[in-house]
Every structure is written in C-alpha cells, then in structure tokens.
Design a protein around this ligand. Sequence first.
Ligand code: MLT
Length: 304
Amino acid sequence: MFHIKTLNKISPLGMEKFDRSTYAWGDDIENPDAVMVRSASMHDMEMPESLLAIARAGAGVNNIPLDKCAEEGIVVFNTPGANANAVKEIVLLGLLLSSRKIAPAIEWVQSLKGQGAEVGKLVEKGKSNFVGPELKGKKLGVIGLGAIGVLVANAAISLGMTVYGYDPYLSVDAAWGMHTSVIHATSLRDIYENCDYITLHVPCNTETKGMINASSISMMKTGVRILNFARGELVVEEDMLSALDEKKVTVYVTDFPTEAQLGHNGVVALPHLGASTPESEDNCAKMAAEELITYLESGNIVNS
Ligand code: MLT
C-alpha cells in the first residue's frame, strides 16, 4: 500500500487515478510515501523519513525546498505545460489591461452607483478618460519560451503583434519549432531595446531573480508596459515603482500584489489566478498523479 499526503485540495480527477486497492490518500496521512502539493509552501516543513517523492501540481517549484530534497533523495515532479493554456489566457487579459484602460473604467462605472437615471449620460461623457492604444502593430517581448511563453507568443501574433522571443536556457530554434513569424531575439538587451510590451515567463532562480531592475529598465523604451504573471521576485519592486513614477514604465501588470504596489499609479494588480481554472487544475492533478504512480510502482522518473 502506498500512502499519499495531499497538502492542498487536489482535483478529484487526479486522485481518481490512484487505485484504491493500492493507494491511500488524504491530508491526514502521517508517514507518506509521496506528497501531492499545489502552491502550499513546504519550506518550513519537516520531511518525513518515509517520503520518496513530491509531486507539484503546477509548474513553478519554488514552494519546495529542492536542496533539502536532493540531500535526502526525495524526487520532485512538476507538471510543466498542464496549466499553460489557462495562464496564456490570463496573460492575454494582462496585455489588454496594460493597454486599454479597462480596470479603471470598470471601477469608475461601479462608482456611479446611486446616480440613478444619470448613469447612461455620465458614462457617455466620461468614457473619453479611458482611451488606450491597440495591441496590433506593437512589439511584444516574450522572455522565456517554455510551454506558456510559446502559447503567449502565438496568441499575440494572432492579435497582430510583432513578437520577439528570448529564452536564457533554450536554443530559440528548438523552442520555436515551426513558429517562424517570431523574431528571435539574440539577447535580453535586444528585447529591452525594441519592445513596447514585455512579458516574463521564466522560473525564479538565482539567475533570474531581480532580472527586471533599474539597470534592465534603463535599456527599455520609455513608456514600456511590463507583465509579470511568472513570479514576483523576478522584479525589483522598488526599481519598478520608481520607473512608474518617472513614466519610464507606463503600466506594470502583476499577479503578485504587495502593499507597496496598492494605489500606485500604473500598477494593475490581481491575485495569482493564472492557473485557477477547473481545466488546468484537472490537468495538473492528472499529470502529477501519473508521474507519482509511475515512480512509485516502477521506479522510473518521468517528468512530463
Ligand atoms: C505555476 O507555477 O504552475 C503557476 O504559477 C500557477 C501556480 O502557482 O499554481
């Protein structure tokens, strides 16, 4: 019998993959062979001696103490690509939010409650305050060409944007495959100097942490719009807020809100909702369960 501890609510479609005659699971399992986790942090957790593997139902593994796992021989799986479509969709929303003044316009319309029959007239009169540029014809830099970055790039091309792609780890040709309409940026500088919009799709690690800072922002076009749906720590917040004050950056869209950002001009902040769709939660849970089953039953490490 294998015992799986669930640290978050994992989609039943994933848990159903475990045969009840061979597996027991729940949040109260004491000496688990494996853990299934979404975004709960495991950094302060004691690793039970019984633990063989951790499956992260999601892409980023920064909620898992990888060094400790390596020392103790605990195998860590994630589910790259399983939530990519959901994240792509929210990035497209982010592009629109960064360009058209949708968020303040919605807030303003709500503020008209109580104006009775005047609402229609007030809306018509005030709408000129919410003009924002189209995406078509603008240049988008996609930093990170994994499953999400590639989907975002393709979607942006279909919106008429010119897309520059760069990946610090991957040969661009390998990442793009057939996507020939993407301009292959040769360096980050290439992206910074050319793009009107920049979106981040890299993991947060020692090489990427703080990559958007005063120095990289200084290379960018004045008025650039930056999207960060990847990890908050990729951006040095103080530098970003100064760049917004100086109007070097027009808009910063992020789903990692902090107190300092709230009420700051140019920040569009929302919860980390990119992967929060039933489809994505099902896909991640199913992939994580399959990876664990393969490992526990055959010893083979297959990280999808
Ligand atoms: C991921 O790493 O998969 C996404 O950021 C969503 C999540 O944190 O679950």
